[in-house]
Write a protein that binds this ligand. Structure first.
Ligand code: HEC
Length: 130
């Protein structure tokens, strides 16, 4: 845990992104949904909905919500950084962080299978507000 404070403070950059602030609807375009980053309801063919649902379930079953804000999961934990509003949260980055932890972020690599971690990463990367 050496260096936890420094790491934490480095990560606690102000991200005063409003949690749920639906953008004012643009001029009615039938394809508007395509421009909105994937909520599960967007129905994008490219999105693996079963995986999204599985990831959402893992997210709530494993206590991620207690520490993280993620609007799709209706969570508003504030121990760790918000997962909404961070465009640099890629699947690879999330996978590494969830597997290995960092500072006050627990490592889940010993409890979740690599596939489960990958599913959570897929879920977060696709539903988090950018
Ligand atoms: C005990 C509180 C706690 C729990 C439970 C927790 N996290 Fe975290 N998480 C943190 C903290 C604190 C950080 C910041 C770590 C750092 O960078 O020092 C973090 C960082 C992260 C990051 C990187 C975010 C960023 O902006 O750097 C991701 C992604 C993440 N957690 C996902 C998860 C997932 C998925 C779960 C559930 C499997 C989870 N966390 C459970 C506290 C927690």
């Amino acid at each position: 845990m050496v260096g936890t404070l420094a790491i934490l403070s480095a990560c606690m950059l102000p991200s005063s992104e409003a949690v749920s602030q639906p953008a004012p609807a643009p001029a009615a375009t039938p394809t508007a949904a395509a421009t909105i980053p994937a909520t599960a309801a967007a129905g994008s063919a490219a999105l693996d909905q079963a995986r999204i649902a599985g990831g959402r379930e893992l997210f709530s079953n494993w206590g991620c919500a207690a520490c993280h804000t993620l609007s799709d999961a209706q969570s508003n934990g504030a121990v760790g950084p918000s997962l909404d509003g961070n465009a640099s949260l890629t699947e690879d980055f999330i996978t590494a962080r969830v597997t290995n932890g960092q500072g006050a972020m627990p490592a889940f690599g010993g409890q979740l299978s690599p596939k489960e971690v990958a599913d959570i990463a897929y879920y977060i990367a696709h539903v988090a507000k950018k």
